[in-house]
Design a protein around this ligand. Structure first.
Ligand SMILES: [Zn+2]
Length: 146
């Protein structure tokens, strides 16, 4: 089917919603032209469906929409504000762990009664602590975000 040169006029008239009051020559053309007739049938069906869906839509009250938007905005603002705090807490926890490890190392060296461990044993011990602590940190962070 070839496109009709008057299709834009038909579309414009139906889109404006005044097909019944449209130009008599245009309606006569649509009745005789297969492409325009099909276009009119299709567009009118779509317009009627659109109107029916709009009538059946269950739109909440304006106060309810405003209340939900306010709650959502507050939640988003609180989440945005808490991100730097979470990062700062993570950095503080890392600093505390580092200082504690430094003090433990210094205390270990100052006390002669303890045997000096092998550096590989200390490295393995540190990796073991990281393997145990990392999942806990992830679980705590995930629980905090949910
Ligand atoms: Zn036509």
């Amino acid at each position: 089917m070839n496109a009709c040169p008057r299709e834009p006029e038909v579309v414009d008239a139906i889109t404006r919603g005044d097909w019944i009051q449209a130009d008599e020559a245009l309606r006569t053309h649509a009745a005789s032209c297969a492409a325009c007739g099909e276009l009119v049938t299709l567009m009118q069906a779509l317009r009627e469906d659109h109107a029916a869906v709009c009538r059946a839509a269950d739109v909440p009250a304006a106060g309810t929409v405003w209340w939900r938007a306010t709650i959502r905005a507050r939640a988003e603002a609180a989440e945005k504000a808490s991100r730097p705090i979470t990062v700062a807490q993570g950095v503080a926890a890392a600093c505390i762990a580092g200082v504690a490890a430094a003090f433990a190392g210094a205390a270990w060296r100052l006390l002669p009664s303890f045997a000096q461990p092998d550096p590989l044993v200390m490295l393995a011990l540190g990796l073991g602590v990281c393997i145990v602590v990392a999942p806990l940190v992830i679980v705590l962070a995930a629980a905090r975000n949910s």
